[in-house]
Write a protein that binds this ligand. Structure first.
Ligand code: P6P
Length: 341
């Protein structure tokens, strides 16, 4: 060991959650137990993804999910792992998953007070190419007396009590935030089997000349979007283009480096591609939760993404999210075209 002392005061996710609970005198511990079940599902999915190519979990499972994506074997396993972890926690009443057409209601826990939505393995079409995929999740607390139906999830992101995502890259990176709290990043230490707090209180840079969108769709883009992208390319110092095609990977880079990620609604996908409940709303909470991280997230009508209410559990939206100033550029151009406030 050199002169510097090794940090032995490690903050694991488990410790962080337990300490957070002590800050809320009225806490019953239910939310903490739910978060421990979330933590277990991330560790378990990370395990399967890491072994996928070794135990032939790559490739298609031969089925397709409600939104028509070809289901990869890992999608199915990730979904099963997530559902089992939420159900067995005994703290979840109703669960919406990208992989399930209907909401799952856990009747065996009529007193459970939480509703969870998730995309167990988002970006899975990239799996065989070794591109980072992730789990995106959000948590609502149900009102007293709620029956636990899918309508309990048709709420704006402003009502989320927690949201975040885990990116399965070189190591598993968890980014999560709780209502009114900071955005914290945790890195999985495989030796310890623990998520370690490595990025406390994440703040997204106010601006950065990086834009992230699939320009293969530009033929279908509306005029304001075309003008916005062109303005970045023609800037005195042109922007860099970075697009991975896996939302959690593009989101994580944008959160760390700054810039903007966009998946606009367009003439082909008039409601957009990304799903409100388990992609757009959780990401919006991470990027602008009470403005803590300092970013912005808006839909294609320039409404705050976190205020948008889905019409059904698999409803979609356009989204622009990232550095405050970069999203403001989009808002200002749309305003010039009469779109938005
Ligand atoms: P495209 C992955 O399928 C996903 O849902 C997101 O993770 C990603 O941001 C987007 O779709 C990529 O879509 O049309 O660019 O391949």
């Amino acid at each position: 060991v050199g002169s510097e002392r090794i940090n032995t005061d490690i903050v694991t996710l488990t410790r962080y959650l337990n300490e957070e609970q002590t800050k809320h005198k009225e806490a019953t511990g239910d939310f903490t137990l739910l978060c421990h079940a979330l933590q277990f599902s991330f560790k378990s999915i990370a395990y399967y993804i890491r072994r996928a190519s070794l135990i032939n979990l790559g490739g298609l499972a031969g089925s397709s999910n409600v939104t028509g994506d070809d289901q990869k074997k890992l999608d199915v396993i990730g979904n099963d792992v997530f559902i089992a972890a939420m159900r067995s926690s005994g703290r979840v009443r109703v669960l919406v998953s990208e992989e399930e057409e209907e909401a799952l209601v856990f009747d065996e826990y009529p007193e459970a007070r939480y509703a969870v939505m998730c995309d167990p393995i988002d970006g899975s079409s990239n799996l065989d190419a070794g591109v980072s995929v992730g789990t995106i999740f959000g948590v609502f607390k149900l009102p007293i007396g709620a029956k636990g139906t899918k309508e309990d999830l048709l709420k704006p992101g402003t009502e989320l009590v927690a949201a975040g995502f885990t990116m399965y890259g070189a190591s598993a990176q968890l980014v999560m935030t709780m209502r009114g709290g900071a955005v914290n990043g945790f890195t999985m230490d495989n030796a310890l089997g623990e998520f370690i707090l490595t990025h406390p209180d994440m703040r997204i840079p106010k601006k950065r000349a990086i834009y992230s969108c699939n320009e293969g769709n530009s033929k279908y883009w509306e005029e304001p979007v075309l003008e916005w992208v062109n303005s970045l390319k023609q800037a005195e110092k042109p922007y860099s283009a970075r697009y991975i095609g896996s939302m959690v990977a593009d989101a994580y880079r944008t959160l760390l480096y700054g810039g903007i990620f966009a998946y606009p609604a367009d003439k082909k996908s008039t409601k957009g591609k990304l799903r409100i409940l388990y992609e757009c709303a959780p990401m919006a909470m991470v990027f602008e939760n009470d403005w803590v991280a300092g970013g912005q997230a808006v839909n294609s009508k320039m409404q705050r993404m976190i205020e948008v209410v889905p019409e059904h559990i698999h409803d979609r939206s356009g989204i622009f999210m990232g550095s405050y100033d970069e999203v403001q550029k989009v808002i200002d151009i749309h305003k010039k075209h009469g779109v938005g406030a």
